[in-house]
Design a protein around this ligand. Structure first.
Ligand SMILES: Cc1cc2nc3c(=O)[nH]c(=O)nc-3n(C[C@H](O)[C@H](O)[C@H](O)COP(=O)(O)O)c2cc1C
Length: 322
């Protein structure tokens, strides 16, 4: 047990990151059932839509799961917080905005609050505001990222040395080696998005999973730099068209239409790659198969243990030869 598993009442310190608008009960429940923490990503969904997914998830698992509320993305933040309270969801992750105004209310209802941060400054601010854990996300991650573009490898230790609450590493982790590395950098757990999409239980379109298997680490691109609103996606003809539009000065309004949740759902759920897009992190280059969530998590734990022993043995032999 560590602080993360204790606070979240889970077996392994592995969190499935929220995936706004394409989140669903099946994946979240599978992760929680396998000993991690599943998350329902609310995105721009209505309270009614989210409530239905909460009820479905509760049918599939009696283990804890989380609700991710993307503050500046959702038009329904207050309603979603009410829902979390009503349905006794124990963990709330707050991303894409300032978590401060919401933390005390969540604490009044004994929620564990995770704040997603991408700089040391925001980490310190979120800790001062009362966040119980900080998910520090590097910009190798899939989806909306911070314009500061810090990598997980540099961000995690910088945050870990400045805060006292547990740090969860996110961005670029897809196997047990990544988990071991994150722990060595000072994290006490990991949050994973991309790798969980290519699992048996993830009910996304087969085209999405196939694209992830086929892609290498150089097949993701950042869009939205011209607006300071960056997002990491899988390269495609749809995305190339958007990049061309950005070059010739597409308006923020049209950029917003191109990258709207409608087109996200078209890509990820309908598998329509000519008018939809797919979020993906750079870790995609590691994905070669579609395991069950349980097998993936168990393999991560086993491999992480093994890598740590290999590392310790290596250091011992270096010490002996010196
Ligand atoms: C399809 C998809 C949608 C995502 N949507 C959200 C979201 O709504 N809110 C959020 O905080 N993070 C979102 N993320 C980020 C993940 O929660 C997670 O932090 C990230 O994927 C970790 O990096 P990785 O992809 O390298 O594993 C999304 C990621 C993916 C793959």
């Amino acid at each position: 047990m560590n602080r993360v598993t204790r606070l979240l009442s889970i077996q392994y310190p592995i969190i499935q990151g929220g995936m706004g608008n394409i989140s669903n009960a099946k994946l979240a429940a599978a992760v929680s059932e396998a000993g991690g923490l599943g998350t329902i990503g609310c995105g721009t969904m209505s309270g009614e839509q989210v409530e239905e997914i909460i009820l479905q998830t509760k049918e599939l698992t009696d283990k804890p799961f989380a609700l991710n509320i993307a503050i500046n993305v959702s038009p329904n933040v207050d309603k979603l917080i009410e829902l979390a309270i009503k349905h006794d969801i124990p963990v709330i992750s707050l991303s894409a905005g300032n978590p401060t105004p919401f933390i005390s209310k969540l604490h009044e209802h004994e929620k564990v609050v995770l704040a997603i941060v991408a700089t040391v400054k925001h980490a310190i601010k979120a800790e001062k505001a009362g966040a119980d854990m900080l998910v520090t996300e590097g910009y190798e991650a899939a989806g909306i990222n911070s314009p500061y573009e810090l990598t997980t490898f540099t961000l995690v230790p910088q945050v870990a040395q400045k805060v006292n609450v547990p740090v969860i590493a996110a961005g670029g982790i897809g196997d047990g080696k990544g988990l071991a590395a994150a722990l060595m950098l000072g994290a006490e757990g990991v949050q994973i998005g991309t790798r969980f999409i290519a699992t048996k239980e993830a009910p996304f379109h087969e085209n999405y999973k196939e694209q992830l298997i086929r892609a290498s680490g150089t097949d993701t691109v950042i869009i939205g730099r011209s607006f300071g609103r960056i997002r990491r996606v899988l390269n495609s003809s749809y995305i190339q068209e958007l990049i061309e539009q950005e070059k010739i000065g597409v308006s923020l309004q049209d950029y917003g239409k191109f990258t709207s949740e409608k087109h996200h759902v078209l890509g990820a759920i309908k598998g329509d790659l000519s008018s939809g897009f797919l979020n993906s992190g750079q870790v995609v280059g590691l994905i070669n198969d579609i395991p069950s969530v349980k097998d993936l998590i168990e393999d991560m734990i086993k491999t992480a243990n093994n890598r740590m022993q290999v590392g310790a043995t290596l250091l011992e032999s270096i010490a002996q030869t010196n």
